[in-house]
Ligand binder design. Structure first.
Ligand code: ADP
Ligand code: MG
Length: 238
């Protein structure tokens, strides 16, 4: 298990500054939501934590280890995207095994881990199916299965529910929360949806135009917004 610490993290694309001096402390076991309007830099921040995007300043630590120069596969994280990113030609089982094979996990251990993850997510009857034979909710569970099967220290979610219909989205929010609580894995969850942020976060970090506006518990942001942006965005009365 591990917390995640960002210190003065910055990102430029060419001359465009997308993230400026981002400081964030995500505690061990915490469910941190990173919320903000479209284009404010949420995905970029998450991708930097994952190591999929180089940082142009500052340091990122995962579990007391500075990971600036650590490749994504060695960061002990798992990422879940909105476009499930399942391999269409592979079965559910093969999709779940994929990340373990890369790590050269031995076959018996792999079968044990896949069985355990499938059971936790209620997809153990679907292991021989292909993604196209699954509903949206089932695919999302497989994507979650792929994240938990490796037992990472940190989950990174990038708007994982935005392709689902409203009813399923509400159900999956609860499932993700339950899963995270059960496993105790530190989670950073990106969304542009204020309601999703308020219902899921232990704490919420509000980002606007690449700058952190406020970090706090949902009620704290609602009752004591640090500025007008947070007040308007979180929706507390003026
Ligand atoms: P969010 O996830 O909050 O919607 P992003 O992190 O995707 O925002 O993008 C933040 C800003 O960075 C946007 O203005 C976007 O156009 C820009 N951006 C993202 N990726 C790149 C890239 N590879 N090259 C140039 N600009 C980018
Ligand atoms: Mg995004």
């Amino acid at each position: 298990m591990a917390g995640v610490v960002l210190r003065e993290v910055a990102k430029r694309f060419g001359d465009v500054r997308v993230i400026e001096k981002l400081d964030l402390d995500v505690r061990d076991h915490e469910f941190m939501v990173l919320v903000g309007p479209s284009g404010c830099g949420k995905s970029t921040a998450l991708r930097m934590i994952a190591g999929l995007e180089e940082i142009t300043g500052g340091t990122i630590s995962i579990g007391n280890r500075v990971v600036n120069d650590v490749p994504p596969k060695d960061r002990d994280i798992a990422m879940v995207f909105q476009s499930y990113a399942l391999y269409p030609h592979m079965t559910v089982r093969e999709n779940l095994e994929f990340g373990l094979k890369i790590r050269k996990t031995a076959r018996p251990e792999m079968e044990r881990l896949v069985g355990e993850a499938a059971q936790i997510l209620g997809i153990d009857k679907l292991l021989d199916r292909k993604p196209k034979e699954l509903s949206g909710g089932q695919r999302q569970r497989v994507a979650l299965g792929r994240a938990i099967v490796r037992k990472p220290a940190v989950f990174l979610f990038d708007e994982p529910l935005s392709n689902l219909d409203a009813k399923l989205r509400v159900q999956m929010r609860a499932e993700i929360k339950k899963l995270q609580a059960r496993l105790g894995t530190t989670a950073i969850y990106v969304t542009h949806d204020q309601i999703e942020a308020m219902t899921m976060g232990n704490r919420i970090a509000v980002l606007n135009e690449g700058r952190l506006q406020q970090v706090g518990a949902p009620l704290e942001l609602y009752e004591r917004p640090a500025n007008l942006f947070v007040a308007a965005f979180i929706g507390s009365p003026p």
